[in-house]
Design a protein around this ligand. Structure first.
Ligand code: SF4
Length: 102
């Protein structure tokens, strides 16, 4: 199975061509070129927690620091941790800045 992006896993419909785009707009995680390929994802689809202003849960989420508690308790976040075998995600403390490891 290919590495699923958050919008495929959450079925949020906020990716290009998604069924919620007309109502809520595109989620920034689905068009973030700078994150393309991180954790084997398309755009920021597998690092959405590091993108400000995502739409998870139907609300605009803030910066990483603001959405830290939500994201680190997210089942997709845990899934990416496991699939990418990245231990460091579990060590982040509130307000700590995430630095991607290549
Ligand atoms: S961050 Fe959330 S709202 Fe945005 S594309 Fe991913 S699952 Fe959908």
């Amino acid at each position: 199975m290919h590495a699923r992006n958050c919008w495929e896993y959450k079925k949020c419909g906020r990716q290009p061509g998604g069924n919620k785009v007309a109502q809520f707009g595109l989620c920034p995680a689905t068009i973030d070129d700078g994150a393309d390929g991180l954790n084997r994802g398309r755009f920021a689809g597998r690092i959405c927690w590091a993108v400000s202003g995502t739409f998870c849960g139907g609300e605009i989420q803030g910066t990483f620091a603001e959405k830290h508690a939500t994201c680190t308790n997210c089942d997709f976040f845990s899934l990416v941790c496991q699939e990418e075998n990245i231990e460091m995600f579990k060590l982040l403390k509130p307000g700590q800045i995430f630095k991607p490891v290549f």
